[in-house]
Design a protein around this ligand. Structure first.
Ligand code: SAM
Length: 457
């Protein structure tokens, strides 16, 4: 307190966020967590370095990295964190106490999983709570609860992780129904681990594995557990010697077989990982996408890689080229539930209803894509969903009488490293629980589904 010249006492003003080191990033984390889980908004857009949320853009580089770490951790372990908080409450927090809930989750994520001193995480959460009129009266609760969490984590966290599936019920139920309990639980366990970084290299995988500090997978992808530098600072980036692409995402384009000299349409092409594979394999590629912004990224990526394609901005459902293609790849928009290791917000922003809508869209896209292939030519349908509604079930439900295409099963032995992921019907299915290697940090694949068809004569 300070004394005015007239002797009266002036109370200190409440601290504003920018006065307290470390507070803006915690406030931004709680705000963005609310936008992700309450407004079901994907985290990627909010943390985009050009067009992200203003609270994110206001942070410097270090704080942006900390914010991403807090948010991905809070989402990856959301159920575990929620249970450890709930058991410390006499009664559940009211549904309208969402700001308080997010402050607690942000504090708990740091205390339980991140390399942040407990005292700093607690003090900043308390300061945050005090500074917000919606939570000021709960500041003592925040203090007591988070301190208790810090004291109890040693003994409680392990058993709670063992007893918990870190997923919303719709997502856990879908996995159990689709894969059975043991595999569903293995997938959910894999989702708790940050994915390694995979590279598709133009040539010399062994050499690049050495230079990038990784190893070569049976499918030819180079895998690095943890990057020591930004992707754009790694050797070979500027020269366009490789691109980042999950090992499973690198499989669908290869299912087309030898495409050298063939006219191939990549119908949902941006940002261009599969276009680059096809161009590198010598195809004359038409890369089509409905999104102008995403196509701009594709063009930049191809320029860096010194690869070429004819770029078309169009909705594939109304695309009418002058000439049919020798082969078509349809890597359709989907729920992205195969990418939860990299995007732990997905189960919290998507729903079973979203999946059903996307599956209907994909069925229409398959029908449209089939009409763009020459008779005898191949069509690949793929997506990065773990949900059979967008994969195995979708194909079973396709109208058999459409008659444009017939299944062209992928044969064992056809493509190096792919056999473990082939289903009996010759479709391809990968999950984060597949490709179990020495440690969880270097294991797993994105969840992908791919099926091959041939256009009927
Ligand atoms: C899964 S992403 C494709 C990833 C890309 N194949 C790759 O490997 O880099 C799906 C893409 O489909 C595009 N898309 C969605 N609806 C579309 C439509 N009706 N016509 C064309 N493209 C569409 C999206 O803009 C998005 O870029």
């Amino acid at each position: 307190m300070t004394r005015r010249p007239n002797g009266t006492v002036r109370k200190p003003k409440p601290a504003v966020a920018s006065d307290v080191p470390g507070l803006p990033v915690r406030m931004a984390a709680a705000k963005l967590l609310s936008i992700v889980v309450d407004a079901r908004t994907p985290l990627d857009g909010l943390t985009d370095n050009d067009n992200g949320h203003p609270h994110y853009l206001a942070l410097d580089g270090r704080d942006r990295a900390l914010l991403r770490a807090i948010l991905t951790t809070a989402l990856r372990f959301r159920v575990t964190i929620g249970k450890l908080i709930s058991k410390r409450l006499e009664r559940p927090l009211p549904p309208n106490a969402s700001t308080l809930t997010h402050i607690l989750h942000v504090g708990a994520a740091q205390i339980l999983f991140l390399d942040v001193p407990d005292s700093a995480a607690v003090d900043l959460a308390v300061t945050h709570a005090k500074g917000d009129p919606r939570t000021a009266r709960f500041a003592a609760l925040v203090n007591g609860l988070l301190r208790s969490l810090a004291r109890g984590k040693e003994s409680e966290l392990g058993p709670m992780l063992d007893a918990t599936l870190d997923a919303p019920p719709w997502f856990a139920d879908m996995l159990v129904n689709a894969y059975g309990e043991p595999k569903a639980h293995a997938i959910l366990a894999a989702h708790r681990v940050e994915a390694p970084v995979d590279f598709t290299v133009k040539t010399d995988p062994e050499g690049w594995a050495g230079r990038l500090g990784g190893f070569v997978l049976p499918t030819g992808t180079v895998r690095v557990e943890k990057l020591q530098a930004n992707v754009s600072d790694l050797p070979g980036f500027a020269e366009g010697d490789w691109w980042v692409q999950d090992a499973a995402a690198a499989l669908p384009a290869r299912l087309l077989g030898d495409v050298a000299g063939r006219r191939v349409a990549d119908l949902c092409a941006a940002p261009g990982g599969k276009t680059a594979q096809l161009a590198l394999a010598g195809a004359d590629v038409t890369a089509l996408d409905v999104s102008r912004n995403r196509l701009a990224r594709l063009v930049r990526n191809l320029e860096r890689l010194r690869l070429t394609a004819t770029v078309v901005q169009s909705d594939l459902l109304s695309y009418a080229p002058d000439e049919l293609f020798d082969a078509v790849l349809l890597d359709a928009p989907c729920s992205s539930t195969g990418t939860v290791r990299r995007h732990p917000d997905v189960p919290w922003t998507k729903s079973a209803e979203d999946v059903a809508k996307l599956a209907a869209l994909q069925a229409g896209m398959i029908e449209a894509a089939a009409k763009l292939v020459k008779p005898g030519g191949r069509l690949i349908f793929s997506n990065c969903s773990l949900d059979p509604a967008e994969g195995e079930q979708l194909l079973r439900d396709l109208p058999a009488e459409s008659g444009d295409v017939s299944p062209d099963p992928i044969r064992p032995g056809e493509i190096a490293g792919v056999d473990p992921f082939l289903s009996e019907d010759g479709t391809l299915r990968t999950t984060p629980a597949d490709l179990q290697l020495a440690t969880p940090g270097i294991s797993g694949l994105d969840g992908f589904f791919a099926a091959r068809f041939r256009r009927n004569a």
